[in-house]
Design a protein around this ligand. Structure first.
Ligand code: CP3
Length: 345
């Protein structure tokens, strides 16, 4: 793979790189005026995702402003269920809506084998970005983890209580296992297609891993991720894989070891001394500034960024947030963040 010189990839492979490489989850999006203008022109969010030229442009917008070490491909985790045939749309100001999958008949209608064909425009966007990025900038592909994607598929939207997905997952483990199986298959194909199109690393977003009870954690979080990692490695043994199981606290070490990922994005709740002592010896850590601190800016942000770099910068480390950039974040705060990271000794 001809990406060995990129600082972010070197860091993800375990090298201590200075200045610390950085990128931000949701770095392309509504906090950028140029994003809002282009989305308006395209019609809506999904129109942007499926127009390779526009998706490539949106991917590059934050790189032009701030020169992050990684560009994350502009797309969404919910394109995978859409590619399997589930109806998806976005209600303005409210978020995603899907016609829910609730029973065996609904699951059997899903077509994981269709995903790579249906999502061809996404791979086209990836290959355009790979060709136009600066030499030192890496392109990151991604997918949602099966559990997180299944919460949206079963609830039919974002949720507060996750009552329906939990009822199914705990009341009918075998039936719910079929949803997970189809997602594992589709996700492996989707990530391998992104890698074939030119992405240099991939991240698996398990935003809702933290709501899974302990006795179901192996079945719903670790095992599906492990299968995806194995399915990628079989085809692309050297591609760095980043896991982001948000909010799993004491289970981070186990997730890191057992899934086989190279790098772990931790959320903002983690104690930095514990991270240095217990997670950095396992592999590369990425994170973990609170997005609300980036939104607030000022002295509090300066101090938080310095603390993260002082405590985690001693090992192989990639600076990121503990979750995505919030839409009201002032663009100057992101500029200040980039300056702090580059200036850190
Ligand atoms: O810059 C990037 O990070 C790349 C693109 C990206 C998006 N979504 C674009 C997006 C990525 C990596 C995602 C991941 C994603 N999508 C997750 C996991 C990470 C996380 O944030 O927890 C989840 C849970 C989704 C599902 C999703 N997509 C929701 C719940 C929503 C609505 C809430 C919201 O933020 O608007 C989306 C919409 C979405 N995905 C937008 C963007 C830029 C906003 C669309 C718009 O209004 O322009």
């Amino acid at each position: 793979m001809a990406n060995t010189g990129k600082p972010l990839i070197r860091a993800l492979q375990g090298e201590r790189v200075r200045p610390v490489p950085f990128w931000l989850m949701r770095q392309a999006g509504r906090y950028l005026p140029e994003y809002r203008a282009l989305r308006e022109k395209a019609g809506g969010f999904l129109d942007l995702c499926y127009a390779p030229e526009l998706a490539a442009e949106v991917t590059l917008q934050p790189i032009r402003r701030y020169g992050m070490d990684g560009a994350i491909l502009f797309a969404d985790i919910l394109l995978v269920p859409q590619g399997m045939g589930q109806k998806l749309w976005f209600e303005v100001g409210e978020g995603p809506r899907l016609t829910p999958v609730r029973n065996r008949q609904d699951v059997e209608a899903l077509r994981p084998e269709d995903v790579v064909g249906k999502l061809a425009p996404i791979y086209e966007a990836a290959s355009r970005v790979a060709k136009s990025l600066p030499e030192q900038t890496a392109l990151i592909g991604f997918a949602g983890a099966p559990w997180t994607v299944a919460t949206y598929m079963v609830e039919g939207s974002s949720s507060r209580e996750y009552a329906k997905v939990k009822e199914w997952a705990f009341g009918d483990p075998a039936g719910f296992g079929l949803v997970i199986d189809r997602l594992v298959e589709a996700t492996i194909a989707h990530l391998n297609a992104q890698i074939a199109a030119g992405v240099n690393a991939v991240q698996i977003f398990d935003t809702w891993a933290g709501i899974v009870p302990e006795d179901a954690f192996d079945r719903l979080v670790i095992a599906p991720t492990q299968r995806i990692v194995a399915g990628i490695r079989k085809v692309h043994p050297d591609i760095p894989i980043i896991g982001f199981p948000r909010g799993i606290g004491a289970n981070y070490p186990r997730y890191f070891r057992e899934t086989g990922i190279n790098a772990l994005n931790i959320d903002s709740s983690m104690d930095l001394d514990v991270v240095a002592k217990e997670l950095q010896p396992i592999g590369v850590v990425q994170g973990n500034l609170d997005p609300n601190v980036l939104l607030a800016g000022g002295v509090a942000m300066d101090q938080a960024v310095t603390a993260i770099l002082d405590k985690l910068g001693k090992g192989p480390f990639v600076f990121n947030l503990g979750h995505g950039v919030l839409p009201p974040t002032p663009v100057e705060h992101v500029a200040r963040l980039a300056e702090l990271i580059r200036a850190h000794g």
